[in-house]
Write a protein that binds this ligand. Structure first.
Ligand SMILES: [Zn+2]
Length: 532
């Protein structure tokens, strides 16, 4: 599946030879700049950079000043800011949630048996006898020769589907990606697909192994507020979405005469087709709806030859603001998540602009909002971009860079999704580093930062950084310090700036990304292919 970079390589090699003497003269990374930007954005003054708060206004001002300082033009006409309309909805089930089966009516307890919300911009949503249709895993994937919806008209119906994808349940590595979760296994895909098919609702049958977490997670999520892009052009949601607990699903399918485990096994082998369940769901939800506007930030350095084509460097600016105190600290400073990355992006922007080799294509420094709320800013941008997605060559996004010194590895989260992997390989090799494929692909990290919005829009995108093999302290230390961070610091008030950090690993990653950008900004056929 991974084809070599056959058509890129000849050009790349000649460019390397021609430019090797020039790249020596390129400006150097300034660690002072990295520290200055990261310590500022990660300070208490920015109040945890939460969208819609005073912390947003301060962050937007700071990012604009820094873009001006390095000479980048406003990305959106005469503004560095893009308004992102956001809708916040909290759903509450009013009365009973019932499923009618022939003459019988089963009442399901919400949220303890059925965890549903109405991701819809209305204050009351009534679902009246929406026909339930069982649709296997809820997947249509041409590249795997798979279609759970074949021949079904699902308009106005409510789909009932299994979580994850067939590869997990068969253990067959030739089916999807075996036990590695594909995007088709994610609940977000299933929700979007149901909306695309015109369904009125979707219920995912929760199952702990497939979800990777207990039913309490969707249960609590269903009664919490959710943020959505408030824009009809990118609205891709059903009126009703959620989960049914494994026990409740078993009760329902037993009444229909099915053994649910057997049905899952058969579905994973495509031995069963979608079928109407001869049952219908009725429920009313009340939504508390709040409309608000947040902002993406972007600056552009115009290419000298093909300014209408661009490469994007991205890092989300938002974090969690002020929350519950832990050990006397209540400000979620998000220094590692994601102020280090914002600093990384600004230095890349400055170095490319000051390169001896002038970029022929444009470079966009992009700081999306509301990443932590579900990639909202980047999803809005890809629907309303500065440069069309078809002319966006690549997106280099990063997230959670912990400055722990120089690394031997370059870890690619979601390795195997595009030809960028091979390009990274070539340049990492020049640095004496090696590519480490995502060590935990089953956790689906690839789907959880802003490069994924670009990937979905057809652009080769990456989340790549040195992480697991320290040049000074070795692999064990690197893995331990990373895991300690994820367990004890990540998404807590303890994600603070540390003046003793060793930035040499971030410097490596900046130099590496600059090399790729210099190449892609000048190559004849630069668009790296995607793999599904
Ligand atoms: Zn992040």
């Amino acid at each position: 599946m991974k084809t070599p970079l056959a058509y890129l390589l000849p050009g790349l090699l000649s460019l390397l030879v021609a430019c090797s003497h020039l790249s020596d003269k390129n400006a150097e990374v300034s660690v002072d700049n990295l520290k200055r930007i990261c310590s500022t954005l990660g300070s208490d003054a920015f109040m945890g950079r939460k969208p819609f708060t005073a912390g947003e206004a301060l962050t937007l001002n700071y990012l604009q000043e820094e873009l001006q300082k390095i000479g980048y033009a406003p990305g959106f006409g005469d503004s560095y800011l893009q308004e992102v309309p956001v809708l916040e909805a909290t759903s509450r089930v009013k009365g009973a949630c019932t499923i009618a089966l022939g003459n019988e009516t089963i009442v399901f307890d919400a949220p303890d048996e059925i965890a549903i919300h109405a991701p819809y911009p209305a204050e009351q949503i009534t679902i009246e006898a929406s026909e339930l249709v069982f649709c296997g895993f809820g997947i249509e994937a041409a590249e795997y020769g798979w279609n759970d919806f074949e021949g079904m008209d699902l308009k106005g119906k409510t789909l009932v589907v299994f979580i994850n994808d067939p590869g997990l349940y068969t253990g067959d590595p030739s089916l999807f990606k075996g036990e590695e979760m594909t995007y088709y296994g994610r609940w977000t895909y299933k929700f979007e697909k149901a909306a695309e098919l015109g369904a009125e609702g979707i219920l995912i049958i929760h199952e702990e192994t497939g979800a990777g977490y207990g039913y309490n997670v969707p249960r609590n999520s269903a009664i919490s507020s959710h943020l959505y892009i408030d824009d009809a052009t990118v609205w891709d949601r059903c009126k009703l979405a959620g989960w049914i607990s494994a026990a409740a699903a078993e009760r329902l399918f037993n009444r229909l005469g099915y053994d649910i485990e057997e049905l899952r096994r058969q579905s994973a082998r495509r031995a069963v087709n979608a079928f109407p369940m001869q049952a219908s769901i009725s429920v009313t939800l009340e939504n508390t709806v709040v409309r608000n506007v947040s902002h993406n930030v972007a600056g552009i350095w115009k290419g000298s030859v093909r300014p209408e084509e661009a490469i994007v460097v991205a890092g989300h600016w938002d974090h969690f603001g002020i929350g519950e105190a832990s050990r006397g600290d209540s400000i979620f400073n998000g220094a590692v998540d994601n102020a280090t990355v914002i600093a990384w992006a600004f230095e890349i922007g400055r170095l490319i602009k000051e390169s001896q080799i002038k970029p022929e294509r444009s470079l966009i420094l992009f700081f999306p909002t509301a990443e932590e709320q579900g990639l909202i800013g980047s999803a809005y941008y890809t629907a309303h971009p500065i440069v069309p997605m078809s002319q966006t060559v690549a997106c280099f996004n990063n997230d959670i860079m912990i400055p722990r010194g120089a690394m031997n590895d370059l870890t690619i989260i979601g390795y195997g999704h595009s030809q960028l992997d091979s390009l990274f390989g070539i340049y990492a090799d020049k640095q004496g580093r090696y590519i480490l494929p995502d060590p935990e692909p089953e956790s689906g990290l690839f789907f959880r930062s802003d490069h994924y919005s670009f990937y979905k829009a057809g652009v080769a995108s990456s989340w790549a950084l040195g992480c697991y093999d320290s040049q000074t302290h070795g692999k064990e230390w690197a893995e331990k310090t990373y895991n300690d961070f994820v367990r004890n610091v990540y998404h807590t008030p303890h994600d603070n700036y540390d003046p003793t950090w060793d930035w040499s690993g971030v410097v490596q990653d900046i130099e590496l990304t600059c090399e790729l950008i210099r190449y892609l900004s000048r190559a004849d056929s630069p668009y790296p292919k995607l793999y599904k």
